[in-house]
Design a protein around this ligand. Structure first.
Ligand code: HEM
Ligand SMILES: *[C@@H]1O[C@H](CO)[C@@H](O)[C@H](O)[C@H]1NC(C)=O
Ligand SMILES: *[C@@H]1O[C@H](CO)[C@@H](O)[C@H](O)[C@H]1NC(C)=O
Ligand SMILES: *[C@@H]1O[C@H](CO)[C@@H](O)[C@H](O)[C@H]1NC(C)=O
Ligand SMILES: *[C@@H]1O[C@H](CO)[C@@H](O)[C@H](O)[C@H]1NC(C)=O
Ligand SMILES: *[C@@H]1O[C@H](CO)[C@@H](O)[C@H](O)[C@H]1NC(C)=O
Length: 319
């Protein structure tokens, strides 16, 4: 009896300790140290999107690829310098992730406004939210107070970022390993309402999948040949209907077997996520609310807080 009470108390204490790390993040973290932060970041994102609307999508993806590797710590931004090996050459990132220059530009603006206090990890989180909002998606208060890593992990970038050939159970496990639910997975995958993918990442889908609309596959085959070669980098929209507008059309595409990635179509293949895909397709407000909540969950993955890590002066290198 006494020992079970003791272990119960220990569990409660461990729970409080582990949730404390996340509760240290708060939208008001920079309210006194950098009151104009959100204005400075959104102005720069606005400018980047005016020059290249796709950048809104690219910044959103950058946040996902940061958070899934060592947590949301800006590890993805570190260059390979000297003997230091970063994550930029990992298979899911190389020749694919965009927006590093935009983040570096925002950092310069932020440093000019309030020097040495704002992390690159928080800039990435804010830029992802701003990209979403500026392309027509939901808004939410971004919990802040992350610090920047002094390390990166190429191996983990290769193992933990899901591949577009993944099946549903692999996706559920990959997100579960980061503390995210199947509902988070299906809501966050709605990010594929904006942006583009390269032929290399959907070739198998359009030549070898059975659960694909025939006309859709044929239309994509015109710009993506079955053999690897010069068409490898050709782009197609992740949401054929509205690739530069953040809406719920992605889910209607899935229901019509017109998902571009195999991994996307896995969310509507007769399995556990079909009903939710139909709910999101029918109810944009439900999708927006769940997406915002899931983005906060994504942003809570293992942040460095307090005195851990550092505030980088240059997002591309450790201090
Ligand atoms: C569920 C597992 C996921 C897989 C397998 C996956 C895979 C991919 C792939 C293969 C691309 C195209 C990359 C290229 O061809 O260069 C892509 C693009 C993109 N992904 Fe995902 N993704 C997943 C989840 C997410 C999540 C959770 C987000 C954000 C919350 C996200 C946001 C994006 C965006 C916005 C783009 C377009 C980027 C651009 O146009 O620059 N993805 N994804
Ligand atoms: C920071 O930016 C805000 C908004 O543009 C401006 O009002 C403020 O003067 C700036 N502060 C510094 C130190 O540049
Ligand atoms: C990098 O990630 C791998 C896979 O998650 C892990 O086994 C390894 O310990 C990590 N390396 C470092 C130095 O943290
Ligand atoms: C389709 O699948 C077959 C059998 O697995 C494979 O040999 C072929 O290379 C695949 N083709 C494409 C375009 O992926
Ligand atoms: C074919 O790929 C190119 C290169 O990415 C792209 O600019 C173009 O829009 C694509 N054409 C079609 C019809 O999808
Ligand atoms: C940041 O560091 C990189 C080294 O990877 C360097 O090329 C770049 O010029 C630096 N940026 C600034 C603003 O100092």
């Amino acid at each position: 009896m006494a020992s079970s009470t003791t272990s119960h108390c220990l569990l409660v204490a461990l729970f409080l300790l582990s949730s404390a790390a996340n509760s240290q993040l708060t939208p008001s973290f920079y309210a006194s140290s950098c009151p104009a932060l959100e204005y400075v970041v959104s102005s720069a994102v606005n400018e980047a999107i005016a020059a290249d609307r796709r950048m809104g999508a690219s910044l959103l993806r950058l946040f996902f690829h940061d958070c899934f590797v060592q947590g949301c710590d800006a590890s993805i931004l570190l260059d390979d310098v000297g003997s230091f090996v970063g994550e930029k050459t990992a298979f899911p990132n190389v020749n694919s992730v965009r927006g590093y220059d935009v983040i570096n530009k925002i950092k310069i603006d932020v440093e000019a406004n309030c020097s040495g206090v704002v992390s690159c990890a928080d800039i990435v989180a804010l830029a992802a939210r701003d990209g979403t909002v500026l392309l027509g998606g939901p808004n939410w208060d971004v919990p802040l107070g992350r610090r920047d890593s002094t390390t990166a992990n190429l191996t983990q970038a290769n193992s933990d970022l899901p591949s577009p050939g993944s099946d549903l159970s692999t996706l559920v496990t990959a997100f579960g390993n980061k503390g995210l639910s199947p509902r988070d997975l299906t809501a966050l995958s709605g990010a594929h309402t904006i942006g583009f993918a390269q032929c290399n990442n959907f070739r198998d889908r359009i030549y070898n999948d059975s659960d694909i609309d025939t006309a859709f596959a044929e239309q994509l085959q015109a710009n993506c040949s079955s053999a690897s070669g010069s068409t490898n980098g050709n782009l197609a929209a992740l949401d054929e209907q509205t690739q530069l507008v953040f809406d719920n059309a992605f889910y209607a595409n899935l229901a019509a077997r017109r998902g571009l990635l195999h991994s996307d179509q896995e969310l509507f293949n007769g399995g556990s996520q079909d009903a939710l895909v139909q709910d999101y397709s029918a109810d944009n407000a439900l999708f927006f609310a769940d997406f915002a909540a899931a983005m906060i969950n994504l942003g809570n993955i293992s942040p460095l807080t307090g005195t851990d890590g550092q505030i980088r002066a240059n997002c591309s290198v450790v201090n």
